[in-house]
Design a protein around this ligand. Structure first.
Ligand code: FEO
Length: 404
């Protein structure tokens, strides 16, 4: 890949002795070959410039040149003493081998699981330093205390805290999709897209691991934090409280009031049911009502909204005696993330034998969700009677939403 010379001369030192040396990626189509990136993504790396120097994480392999240039612009001719590795997923670790070849004396700092993965991924097992939970490493004026936070969202994930700057290096935690548009801290950026992308990042990538995220938040509770440095998205300074609050809410699977309708439709009949239910919900005073056609909207956006709102309605046509395939896939994605405490309703259609209500009701029971009465399943075309059934169902949903 051809990389343009990095001529970005923006100020990188966002707190004394700590620089941003990360990069924006506006060309990758699918993160993890799964998740669309309409606004790109940043791979954040940081540099501690103290008596000793330390790089905090690396970047995607395609952007290694830019990372090295950013680091060398700050270091001048100085060497890099440490590389602290908070997370081994290759969007942050891929440059380790090249950095080691440039800085052969650089010590790789990680926990036992990290260093095992360093060997597995990159064949490196020398000049390493194993840190344990609660241990501290000094660089001169600044030091880092390590907190192991396993399964946020890999087994080796850890964070580190710099007490002199009240700053947390968080790995992927508190991160989001979205390249950084001209700034690096939340004071310098328009934040709306990052909030939406934080829901999408969390729900799709971290969403399965609510309990480990809660354990990590408890471990961090009481520590004064002025700055959160995630490996993706803005550096959080003004919005620290909101970011931690969102992570707490999402990891508890708590949600705002609102309805997500996700439907599939082959020839428009099931779509007519979805549209009528949405209109009837609005008439019943329900808001917001968000409608997704599962054949056209990437599942990552639907999961984002399911994490965000407390009520879900699924519907589709019967297909080969089963759920419509994208609806079946969505139920699997929801179940694998263990999403709790949702209110649920379902609808469907069939031509000669319907399975939707039975299958989707069983799915909600397995999830431990409350289910609305009067689900709608139409046979073949959509009729005036079906319209009235949609109104009854919408009232059942509205009533369920008002229940504790
Ligand atoms: Fe951004 Fe889990 O890697």
């Amino acid at each position: 890949m051809f990389l343009q010379k990095n001529t970005d001369m923006r100020k990188s030192e966002f707190v004394d002795n700590i620089h941003y040396v990360g990069v924006n990626d506006r060309t990758k189509t699918l993160f993890e070959s799964l998740w669309p990136l309409p606004y790109g993504v940043s791979y954040n790396a940081y540099l501690i410039d103290d008596e000793k120097t330390a790089l905090i994480d690396t970047v995607d392999i395609a952007y290694t040149d830019r990372l090295i240039e950013n680091v060398q612009n700050i270091l001048g001719g100085r060497t890099l003493d440490y590389l602290v590795i908070h997370h081994m997923e290759p969007d942050h670790s891929a440059a380790i081998g090249i950095l080691r070849s440039i800085y052969p004396d650089m010590i790789l700092v990680g926990n036992a699981k990290t260093l095992d993965m360093v060997k597995g991924y990159y064949g490196i097992d020398c000049r390493t330093l194993t840190v344990k939970d609660g241990e501290t490493l000094s660089f001169g004026k600044l030091e880092l205390t390590f907190a192991l936070t396993p399964m946020v969202h890999w087994p080796e994930t850890m964070m580190s805290y710099c007490p002199q700057r009240q700053l947390l290096f968080a790995g992927d935690a508190f991160g989001c999709f979205g390249a950084l548009d001209g700034g690096i801290t939340d004071r310098e950026l328009e934040l709306e897209k990052y909030w939406n992308e934080m829901y999408r990042y969390y729900s799709n990538i971290v969403g399965k691991y609510g309990a480990p995220v809660q354990a990590a938040l408890k471990k961090l509770a009481g520590i004064p934090v002025q700055t959160i440095c995630s490996t993706h998205g803005p550096i959080w300074q003004e919005q620290v409280e909101k970011v931690i609050g969102l992570y707490n809410t999402m990891s508890l699977y708590q949600a705002e009031k609102g309805v997500v309708i996700a439907y599939g439709s082959m020839y428009g009949h099931t779509e007519a049911v979805a549209e009528e239910i949405a209109a009837q919900l609005r008439q019943a005073g329900v808001s917001p009502v968000i409608v997704h056609n599962v054949s056209y909207v990437h599942e990552s956006y639907i999961l984002r909204d399911i994490f965000r709102y407390d009520t879900l309605i699924l519907g589709g046509p019967t297909y080969n005696g089963e759920l419509f395939p994208p609806i079946a896939h969505l139920t699997h994605a929801i179940a694998s993330r263990g999403i709790k405490q949702r209110k649920f309703g379902c609808f469907g259609s069939y031509t000669w034998a319907g399975v939707n209500i039975k299958r989707l009701t069983a799915f909600a029971e397995e999830m431990g969700w409350q289910t609305a009465e009067n689900p709608v399943e139409i046979k073949q075309g959509f009729s005036a009677d079906d319209k009235e059934r949609c109104a009854v169902f919408a009232r059942s949903i509205a009533e369920l939403m008002n229940r504790e």
